[in-house]
Ligand binder design. Structure first.
Ligand code: 5GP
Length: 244
């Protein structure tokens, strides 16, 4: 009888672990160039804390699958399981709750304000942006909120994209354009890992560098070569890095 209870306990704890640990393959660490976020027809707004520095800002740290889960079988499986997107997990259920507590990240707030500011006009409150990112992506990261945000900040500090590009002569300008390969080569040479680039368009339809997607191991500590090549939305070979 005792043995049966013990086996039951071991089995249920194993099930609890496997049902809560997300089986993603790597993170996308996504940073946005504020000039390009603001320079579209949609425009932008500065957060309550004031105009952010002319520096890449964090958009998010997103768990991702190396292979999208497509096809009918998977679709029916995932429609039963619910909540999972096709190429990444999102909005995961956590035993410790899904809401981000300001208290838990209180020692990071000043640095998050500088490095992860919102530019959206929906709210000038960057905490809302962090909460949204935590709920949608962070809850699937297998990390506690403090580690999730601290690791994102550490990644940004370890690989300063603005400085890396400046060292390669790629500096913000409203007139200059840069070849896409010079941007990706500079990032690969300085960080030791390839990244994916994403562009958007300014009000005149000119292509500009909008976001850099760096790939990170499952611990959110080390950059890796990006296992997937994403659609860049960069038409042509040259991009702007507009002033901010
Ligand atoms: P995601 O791309 O992480 O799925 O969604 C980003 C969400 O955060 C959008 O709803 C967007 O309106 C909001 N948001 C708030 N501030 C920012 C910002 O500075 N940049 C971006 N890209 N999204 C922001």
């Amino acid at each position: 009888m005792k043995l049966a209870v013990a086996c039951g306990l071991v089995l249920s704890s194993l099930l609890a672990v496997s049902s809560t640990a997300e089986q993603f393959d790597f993170f996308y660490f996504v940073q946005q160039w504020p000039g390009s976020f603001c320079d579209t027809w949609r425009g932008c707004c500065f957060p309550d804390t004031g105009k952010p520095a002319a520096d890449f800002g964090i958009h998010g740290l997103w768990p991702n699958y190396a292979q999208c889960h497509g096809g009918d079988d998977d679709a029916s499986f995932f429609s039963i399981v619910g909540r999972r997107g096709k190429c990444w997990p999102e909005y995961c259920e956590r035993e410790d709750g899904n809401a981000l507590s300001p208290w838990e990240i209180r020692d990071l707030v000043a640095s998050l304000g500088r490095n992860w500011p919102t530019l959206s006009c929906r709210s000038g409150d960057s905490f809302e942006f962090w909460s949204y990112e935590w709920k949608k992506h962070g809850t699937c990261s297998n990390l506690r909120p403090h580690d999730y945000f601290a690791r994102a900040l550490a990644l940004k500090e370890a690989h300063n994209l603005t400085a890396i590009l400046a060292a390669a002569g790629i500096v913000p300008s409203d007139t200059e354009t840069y070849s896409l390969s010079s941007v990706s080569d500079a990032i690969a040479a300085a960080t030791g890992a390839t990244a994916n680039l994403q562009c958007n368009r300014d009000k005149d339809g000119q292509t500009q560098l909008y976001q850099v997607f760096q790939c990170v191991d499952r611990e959110a500590k080390k950059l890796i070569d990006c296992p997937l090549h994403m659609r860049s939305r960069c038409s042509g070979d040259r991009v702007k890095l507009p002033l901010f």
